[in-house]
Design a protein around this ligand. Structure first.
Ligand code: NAD
Length: 500
């Protein structure tokens, strides 16, 4: 008998009532391990009403009370990191070390959020005119919806949700239908940490649940992470309904390798960032851009044997470099892209198609694939493949490499490998990309800095975590105050000015 999951609404596990369910598979075996209910608009409304009920008390709680709950939650995350990693491994498939790393990146945001009293400080100007003081304060927005992708089932709900809650909002997570058990477990940890019921809810589902959040009049803000196609829809639909929306979308991240780079270090970086998490990261490097033919030959010579040696296995195989990809459809899509690359004339240096593992024949494993001599009009270069496929595009010059990076529709992350400080500085200044690494392949900023891309990798003005997230999850009120002091101006009909 398959386990049936639930929603988490108003501090309680709640059975689904829509009659619609989706299977949750173990990507290493292809077996159904549980099923999740898919919420309809009534169930989403139930979560919104529970959040609205909780909002007055939670938003008015002192900043220090909120930070005490956050300290408790952070400790519970650390104590339960192994359990969380196991849940992630079983539903997402990523290797245990990778799962633990991603959980730590979520803990980092919880630690950052513990300093919320400092982060929410406003501004104050004394005696702006006529005995008047003006000050601003940041206030919670209300009920915030968070729609999250399959590839980081702990980290991304934490990145957005912890900051939303820390700022005094009530948060409703609609996790990916592929791996919702970790977000549900986070809800239990919040309850144990003393978060009032209704402040953190989880509503499972698909487009129907997302649309119910997008159209709900009592949800003033939506944060989304996922593919660009869905994100663009969410941005337009949400803003058309007068919501504040931030969208973090898809990516195609380049690594430019200058001839003077430490090529062994660059090859190590390409292997880790191209194939880590089986390429299912929005900050994965999927394009290598060596400058000059000699650099390109040297890089491909280093990469080829290492890609051939990559090991895949289930999440708990500590010798595996990569887990399976998320679904059979994802595997087929990746293999179809590889065929498109071959048909378009790119050189397939390593072919990872047709992977299979003894004892796990139903699993969605892909070997590492490597292309050389790809061109910028090929689909393997243009599209996000989201699998263990690294594509080398040779550039004749630094300027050509910068142009390639800037002409791509996505702008999430980029890296340059060089020993030349001038070249690195110029590169960082000229690229239209949100996050830049200089000899750092995956430049995901730590929690106290802002995360976010450019071009079609992000819609909306604000970024994830860091000080920008406080701006997204709060609104500013500016108050001008004068205390009775015997001053009488009489009625003034002119526009008030500061005076003397
Ligand atoms: P996805 O877009 O398929 O799904 C994301 C969320 O949207 C899920 O909760 C899903 O249920 C929901 N959704 C799916 N289709 C929908 C529809 N038609 N209408 C409304 N909601 C819908 O993304 P995914 O496959 O889960 O995740 C992988 C994608 O996420 C990749 O493109 C990756 O680059 C991107 N991603 C981006 C970042 C970033 O920070 N920029 C981080 C992680 C992942």
């Amino acid at each position: 008998m398959t386990d049936t999951l639930y929603h988490f609404i108003g501090g309680k596990r709640v059975e689904g009532t829509s009659g619609r369910f989706g299977d949750i598979l173990n990507p290493a075996t292809g077996e159904v391990q549980s099923r999740a209910p898919y919420a309809n608009a009534d169930e989403v409304d139930r979560a919104v009403q529970a959040a609205r009920k909780a909002f007055p008390e939670w938003s008015a709680a002192s900043a220090s009370r909120r930070s005490q709950v956050l300290f408790g939650f952070r400790d519970l995350l650390v104590q339960n990191a192994d359990k969380l990693a196991e849940i992630v491994g079983k539903e997402h498939g990523k290797t245990i070390v990778d799962a633990k790393g991603s959980i730590q990146r979520g803990v980092d945001v919880a630690e950052f959020a513990c300093g919320i009293p400092h982060l929410m400080k406003g501004e104050f100007s004394s005696n702006v005119g006529g005995g008047i003081d003006t000050f601003s304060q940041r206030e919670a927005i209300g009920v915030v919806g968070g729609i999250t992708p399959f590839n980081f089932p702990v980290m991304i709900p934490l990145w957005m949700g912890v900051m939303a809650v820390a700022c005094g909002n009530c948060y409703i997570n609609k996790p990916s239908e592929r791996d919702p058990s970790a977000p549900l477990f986070l809800a239990e940890l919040w309850k144990e940490a003393g978060l009032p019921d209704g402040v953190w809810s989880v509503v499972n589902g698909d487009k129907e649940a997302v649309d119910a959040l997008l159209h709900h009049p009592d949800v003033p803000a939506i944060s989304f992470v996922g593919s660009t196609a869905v994100g663009e829809y969410i941005y337009h639909e949400g803003t058309a309904n007068n919501k504040r929306v931030q969208v973090f979308g898809g990516a195609k991240n380049h690594m430019v390798i200058m001839p003077d780079a430490d090529l062994d270090q660059a090859a190590d970086a390409l292997i880790g960032s191209g194939y880590g998490s089986t390429g299912q990261r929005c900050m994965a490097i999927s394009v290598a851009v060596p400058v000059g033919e000699d650099t390109a030959d040297a890089i491909i010579d280093r990469l080829k044997p290492r890609v051939q040696e990559l090991r895949y296995g289930p999440w708990n195989d500590d010798k595996a470099d990569m887990g399976p990809v998320i679904t059979q459809q994802a595997k087929e899509r990746i293999e179809d892209y590889i065929q498109q690359g071959v048909d378009a004339g790119a050189e397939l240096a390593v072919d990872g198609r047709g992977a299979s593992l003894q004892g796990y024949e139903g699993g969605y494993f892909c070997g590492g694939s490597l292309f050389d001599h790809a061109k910028s009009d090929m689909s393997i270069y243009r599209d996000e493949i989201f699998g263990p496929v690294l594509t080398q595009v040779r550039a004749g010059s630094f300027d050509e490499a910068v142009k390639l990076v800037n002409d791509h529709e996505f702008g999430n992350g980029v890296a340059v490998f060089t020993r030349d400080g001038d070249a690195a500085r110029e590169f960082a200044n000229r690229v239209d990309i949100g996050m830049v690494g200089i000899n750092v392949p995956i430049p995901v900023p730590l929690a106290f800095h802002n995360f976010g891309g450019s071009k079609r990798s992000k819609f909306g003005d604000t970024q994830m975590h860091g000080p920008e997230s406080v701006r997204f999850f709060t609104k500013v009120k500016t108050i001008s105050a004068r205390w009775p002091s015997g001053i009488r101006e009489g009625a003034v009909f002119a526009m008030p000015t500061a005076g003397s």
